[in-house]
Write a protein that binds this ligand. Structure first.
Ligand code: UD2
Length: 316
């Protein structure tokens, strides 16, 4: 193993907490920093005895330095993750997502971290109609969130070029899985539909339901992070993390109804403003350079996620 001690920023969040578990499973020591603004300690309940947890803000240099001490790799997952929140308050989200990310890179540089893997997003592609989304497409950010992610990518590459810090950015497509919080109108569609299906209530589909997304299971996203951390030739680069396949939104609900033996027609509402109609990842670069290939089929991922939502129906 190329690293022994990892820092996971946002480690109490949906993706971060799965990453923490996988790192521990590999025998790696794990430090977590999280301000618990959207993450929850319950996401770390199973591993809390085995990690060093630092409650704090990534913008706090002393706290971050404390959390990074002794780490050779950083997985940066902490962010304001709600796109509409960044639209509503672009100054605050820039503080966290732009300056916070810069602080993470700077702390990595100062504290002798060897590698930083940053969570980016397919949001950077914006509404470019070309499909599948290839890393070589010029970015067309359509929200402050997308700009933040792009800024992070640029800083990461700069830190590789200027300071020799090995950085890799991963453009997550639509991540889903256990622990994704459904209780916000802006939560991922699968988490919202899961919650509805478990209650036996119909969801709302915005538009005709024929829009589609590349849904990638959280365990696959974790694997992509682990591969990126060990890759020798990924410094300063960005990679899509998706499956290369897509599912129509209407079919997500159908698949859930089948599994729950529900006969529930969704409500339909006008398309959401600014919605991208079609999104699917080109997965070649990640496959060729990181050896990453999503392993979990949509059917298997949905089963696994549903199992979790059924168990945690009232308190995800
Ligand atoms: C995803 C990311 C977002 C940003 C964006 C960039 C998530 C949760 N969000 O937004 O952070 O990176 O990609 O393009 O991964 N829908 C319904 N009913 C609902 C909720 C959603 O029909 O109750 C539709 C929605 O209109 C959209 C699709 O489902 O067409 C996916 O919505 P989403 O919010 O899960 O994800 P997306 O791709 O808009």
């Amino acid at each position: 193993m190329a690293y022994e001690q990892a820092l996971v920023t946002g480690g109490a969040g949906f993706i971060g907490s799965h990453l923490v578990e996988a790192l521990l499973g590999k025998g790696c020591g794990v430090n977590v920093i999280d301000d618990l603004s959207t993450g929850h300690l319950r996401n770390l309940a199973r591993v809390k005895e085995h990690i060093a947890f630092f409650q704090g803000d990534i913008r706090d240099p002393e706290r971050l330095a404390e959390a990074a001490r002794g780490c050779d790799v950083v997985f940066h997952q902490a962010a304001v993750v709600s796109v509409p929140k960044t639209v509503k308050d672009p100054m605050e989200s820039a503080q966290v997502n732009d300056l916070g990310t810069l602080r993470v890179l700077e702390t990595a540089r100062e504290s002798g971290v060897r590698k930083a893997v940053l969570a980016s997003s397919c949001a950077v592609y914006g509404d470019d109609p070309q499909l599948p989304k290839r890393e070589t497409l010029p970015p067309r950010p359509k929200s402050p969130y997308a700009v933040h992610k792009l800024v992070g990518e640029f800083y990461a590459r700069l830190y590789t070029d200027l300071y020799g810090l090995d950085t890799t950015c991963l453009r997550y497509f639509n991540v889903y899985g256990p622990r994704q919080d459904p209780f916000s109108p802006y939560s991922g569609v699968i988490s919202i539909f899961m919650e509805r299906a478990v209650r036996g209530e119909p969801p709302t589909i915005y538009g005709d339901g024929m829009q589609y997304r590349d849904f990638v299971f959280v365990e696959d996203v974790v694997q992509a992070n682990l591969l990126a951390a060990e890759a020798e030739t990924a410094a300063g680069k960005v990679y899509n993390v998706g499956t290369g396949a897509f599912v129509h939104i209407a079919d997500v609900w159908k698949a859930l109804c089948e599994r729950m033996s529900l006969h529930s027609e969704p409500d339909f509402a006008p398309p959401r403003e600014g919605d991208v109609r079609e999104s699917v990842a080109d997965v070649h670069r990640a496959r060729e350079e990181l050896g990453f290939e999503a392993q979990v089929s949509f059917a298997a991922g949905l089963d696994e996620t549903l199992k979790w939502y059924k168990k945690h129906a009232s308190a995800p």
